[in-house]
Design a protein around this ligand. Structure first.
Ligand SMILES: Nc1nc2c(ncn2[C@@H]2O[C@H](COP(=O)(O)OP(=O)(O)O)[C@@H](O)[C@H]2O)c(=O)[nH]1
Ligand SMILES: [Mg+2]
Length: 322
């Protein structure tokens, strides 16, 4: 019998091409969880406590929900620690780092850094993104994105210069190099709403392009895309999460992200966040853990490269762990 023909042999049968081969078994879930729980940023170097993962994207794309989903996967209950919003205005007002813990309460070796996100019509200066990558603690309280040159007043310009100089002095005085290594981001995640990609505002698209350039300039920080709300752009996925690996609608969105922003397919992970669920479903966990493992492993390779190139000094005197 011809394998390429559908039931009844009425015409050619095309099995939808898989986006990514996914093993949905409980065993795979346990393996993925173990890989993430055992992760250390740099083997044999306990100065390196945590690897920071920076979440960037539009307000409402699902960044805070991602923090909640990942917290829930390890906590074995649905957590809503990171405040998620249903309006167009962000409730994540500042840059916030979330320490993820296992169900036994031990700190895992990575942190998710939730950002306010870009709003429709807003322009974020690249210096602001650069500071987010650097994870400067000072900015945690003040990382409200600012507007670019055209709308910046002279006063704002000199104020920024003064604060920049103060930050430089602080670093120089306190030799806070180790603060930097534990605060910096070693992987960046672009959070994109799959259901509204076709109407993504121009400023948001430009923001992603600027970010990509900046990551290249920063020794090629690894980049991953989390394509959220896959359930909102495909009824098939809404009914059965497993359809995410072959559904043509999802494949189309992935292709669009590749074309628009120049990502490779293996950098893009379609996901669905937990929203009202009481427990995290196995399929949800597998999708997120696959993405998370990729972020951690790529981040670790990046850290090794930085150490080899002497771009970070893990033995700097005066180091202190954050
Ligand atoms: N259907 C669906 N809704 C989602 C998903 N992720 C987030 N949302 C909803 O999108 C809205 C914005 O989410 P939020 O996490 O606050 O976005 P943030 O502004 O990027 O932090 C909230 O109403 C969420 O419930 C998802 O995967 N599927
Ligand atoms: Mg948020």
């Amino acid at each position: 019998m011809n394998q390429n023909r559908g039931a009844g042999g009425r015409g050619p049968y095309h099995r939808p091409e898989l986006l990514r081969e996914i093993d949905w078994s409980e065993k795979n879930l346990q393996n993925l969880k173990r890989d993430v729980e055992m992760f250390v940023p740099l083997q044999g170097q306990n100065q390196f406590k945590r690897m920071n993962i920076l979440l960037l994207g539009q307000v409402g794309a699902g960044k805070s929900s991602i923090v909640n989903t990942i917290t829930s996967i390890f906590g074995d209950y649905a957590s809503h620690k990171a405040e998620s919003t249903s309006s167009d205005h962000s409730v994540t007002r500042v840059y916030r780092q979330y320490q993820i813990r296992s169900s036994t309460g031990t700190d895992l070796a990575f942190r998710l850094c939730d950002t306010k996100g870009i709003e429709d019509g807003e322009t974020i200066r690249t210096e602001e993104i650069q500071r987010m990558i650097g994870g400067e603690k000072l900015d945690m309280e003040t990382s409200e994105p600012s507007y670019d040159g055209s709308s910046r007043s002279k006063f704002q310009y000199w104020k920024d210069k003064l604060f920049g100089f103060a930050r430089w002095m602080r670093r120089w005085i306190f030799k806070a190099k180790a603060l930097d290594i534990n605060m910096r981001a070693y992987c960046v995640v672009y959070v994109i709403d799959a259901s509204t990609l076709h109407v993504i505002p121009e400023n948001v698209a430009n923001y992603f392009k600027d970010c990509r350039k900046l990551m290249k300039q920063n020794e090629g920080i690894p980049e991953i895309v989390l394509l959220t709300k896959a359930d909102d752009c495909s009824t098939e996925v809404e009914g059965d999460l497993k359809a995410i690996s072959y559904c043509p609608d999802i494949k189309t969105v992935v292709q669009k992200v590749m074309d628009k922003f120049g990502f490779h397919a293996n950098q893009i992970f379609p996901v669905v966040n937990i929203l009202k669920d009481v427990r995290v479903r196995t399929e949800t966990s597998i999708l997120f853990l696959m993405a998370l493992r990729q972020m951690l492993f790529e981040g670790r390779d990046h850290i090794r490269e930085l150490v080899d190139k002497k771009k970070i000094n893990i033995d700097a005197p005066g180091d202190h762990i954050v």
